[in-house]
Design a binder for this molecule. Structure first.
Ligand code: GH3
Ligand code: MG
Ligand code: MG
Length: 598
């Protein structure tokens, strides 16, 4: 081993980059190499950057997110000095991961999304996978599985086993996690087992324990908790600190739930005690709620439903029905299921039934998401994996036989073209996720995603950005008199009118229900108001025929603001436009009002 180890002579940059590639394969070796590179970096900013980013990654899992961010900030400074955009972008991705580990889900996605386009150009292979996987994780934490799946599969393509440096195992693990959120435990188990098998070629005990935890969750949810006990013991006995699997998400509460489901009350007790004395406290809703569930199940097991119900009540603030931010759908569902069981045990059948209904509703929503997201992603995945496999095979052959080079190159070209096709299909899928089905306009999610960037651009360019919020007048009466279908058609027609009458640079969204929002870069409120007024006149002049009736004399109310009048933030811009809209309604509708000053 010593004879083949060139680390004592390698240049610091090479050493540090090797450390990066080792991160998922052998975490202990990665950190040792990074420390060596750092000691020898001298004035080599790029070498120091790569050494520090490895340390930042390591600290994220084995120390705390703030410690990690401090190191990543240093790495970023080095990359800036060295002009290394790839390193800089990866730092940004890891910073986002640290934010989400701290429970700052929105901040995390706002941090990483602006890196996407440049990252796709600058990063290659597994590094690109790291960026995409982080974006996927942010979407997953926000409960947006469709986006999470799309990004994960794309990452999988960039980091296949042959050149993924172990990232493919991380992706199996994350895919399993996403699938089990949606209740697809069989498919999740398949990814977990694939990941565990691949883990045997790596030395990454932390990753292995996360895979095992996912396996435990799958088996518990599939009512096979006793089968999970060997894994529960393995994970329990693996130190949840820097010497073992890391403290960042120790998951003792998850283990406790499995033990209790398997009827092992004493083991459940011990695991609950460990969860309660956890050293690092990160405000992750799932951990709080799962701990409450474990306590409740403990009470249930000893026939004390009243204490169980009380334990669950303590976690209620995390279980808002609209979906508390960051609470995973699986835990949300489990909360209601266990609550229902406890009420049944306490003899309150009516409440038990109501809670069970709640659990069922949530479960149905998960099932819908699951079938939609997985159907799309799974078909893409099969195709992509086959192609990757072929490409990897062809690469190997091409190296071996120069003769058939030309032939293989043409096959590769075909395959690459096919990959391009699938990529564009994926882009189309992503596009769908930003569009409103009924009107074809952008949806509110897209508006929220793009508004900060538009606002920042307007500040940078010192050009105004105008916002118009439109609400159709008396729309409810269209539904009431002509039916919901007529209402839908009218909304689609209005969408068409809006889309036809706006510039390419304008962003037209369906804001919700019968409300629309128009964002007009480089436009002030006076111009925007003129535009909205002209739209109103066209809408008032329009006529629609539904079956036998003719609809005419329609109107809308609108509020207009711009960044000259609402200077504080993008949120203020929308709020001011919305206030004007309310005033327009109050003054009798069918008018456009503009904020004069704020
Ligand atoms: P106002 O002038 O005060 O805005 O009155 P309104 O009736 O337009 O407003 P209200 O908020 O009372 O009602 C909005 C209606 O829009 C109620 C809702 O059923 C309907 N609506 C929202 N989304 C859709 C949709 O997608 N299709 C149809 N057909 N109706 C919708
Ligand atoms: Mg409305
Ligand atoms: Mg209305």
């Amino acid at each position: 081993m010593a004879a083949r180890d060139t680390s004592s002579t390698a240049a610091p940059l090479r050493l540090a980059q090797r450390a990066w590639r080792e991160l998922n394969k052998d975490s202990a070796r990665a950190i040792a190499l990074a420390d060596q590179a750092l000691a020898r970096a001298g004035g080599d900013a790029a070498a120091e950057g790569w050494a520090r980013i490895v340390r930042g990654h390591h600290l994220l899992y084995f120390a705390t997110p703030p410690e990690s961010r401090t190191e990543l900030a240093l790495a970023k400074g080095c990359f800036e000095r060295a002009g290394d955009r790839a390193g800089w972008i990866l730092c940004g991705a890891l910073e986002a991961r640290a934010l989400w580990r701290e429970g700052q889900f929105r901040a995390a996605i706002a941090h990483v999304l602006p890196l996407r386009d440049e990252g796709m150009g600058v990063l290659r292979n597994e590094q690109r996978g790291v960026l995409l996987n982080t974006i996927a994780g942010c979407y997953s934490a926000q409960g947006d599985s469709e986006q999470a799946f799309a990004y994960m599969y794309q990452a999988m393509r960039d980091a296949p086993p042959v050149r993924g440096h172990g990232l493919d195992v991380v992706l199996h693990c994350n895919l399993a996690h996403e699938l089990l959120q949606l209740g697809d435990y069989h498919e999740a188990l398949r990814h977990v087992d694939q990941g565990i098998e691949r883990c045997s070629t790596l030395n990454n005990p932390r990753l292995l324990s996360v895979l095992r935890i996912n396996r435990i969750i799958c088996l518990t949810e599939l009512d096979r908790a006793p089968e999970a006990l060997p894994d529960v013991e393995r994970v329990r006995d693996h130190p949840a600190d820097a010497s073992g699997r890391g403290a960042i998400a120790s998951h003792f509460e998850t283990l406790a739930i499995a033990a209790l489901r398997a009827g092992e009350v004493a083991m459940g007790d011990e695991l609950i005690a460990r969860a309660e004395s956890r050293a690092v406290r990160v405000p992750i809703p799932d951990e709080h709620v799962e701990l409450a569930i474990a306590r409740a199940m403990r009470a249930q097991a000893v026939g004390d439903p009243a204490s169980g119900i009380a334990a669950l009540a303590l976690a209620a603030p995390y279980v808002v029905d609209a979906g508390a931010e960051g609470l995973s759908p699986r835990t949300h569902c489990m909360y209601y299921r266990v609550a229902s069981e406890l009420h049944e045990q306490a003899g309150d059948n009516a409440q038990a039934l109501a809670l069970l209904r709640r659990a069922q509703q949530l479960h149905e929503r998960r099932a819908q998401l699951s079938s939609r997201a997985r159907y799309q992603a799974a078909s893409l995945q099969t195709e992509l994996l086959q192609m990757q496999h072929k490409l990897a095979e062809n690469d190997a052959q091409r190296r071996a036989t120069e003769k058939s080079h030309a032939e293989l190159a043409s096959i590769n070209r075909e395959l690459s073209a096919r990959i391009e096709q699938v990529q564009s299909l994926e882009r189309a899928l992503r596009e769908q996720a930003t569009r409103d089905e009924l009107t074809g306009l952008f949806n509110r999610r897209h508006l929220n995603e793009i508004l900060p960037a538009l606002w920042a651009a307007s500040q940078r360019e010192r050009m105004p950005l105008a916002a118009v919020i439109i609400d159709l007048d008396h729309f409810k009466s269209v539904n009431d008199h002509h039916g919901h279908l007529a209402g839908d058609l009218l909304l689609a027609r209005f969408g068409k009118l809006l889309a036809a009458d706006t510039r390419k640079s304008d962003i037209v969204c369906r804001y919700g229900g019968e409300e629309f929002c128009l964002l007009m870069p480089r436009t002030d409120a006076v111009t925007a108001r003129r535009k909205a007024q002209a739209l109103l006149e066209r809408w008032q002049a329009a006529e629609f025929k539904f079956d036998d009736t003719m609809l005419r004399g329609l109107s809308f109310s609108a509020g207009v603001a711009d960044t000259k009048r609402a200077q504080e933030s993008a949120t203020q811009l929308l709020r001011v436009a919305d206030d004007e809209l309310l005033s327009a309604k109050r003054l009798g509708r069918a008018r456009v009002l503009m904020a004069e000053s704020v």
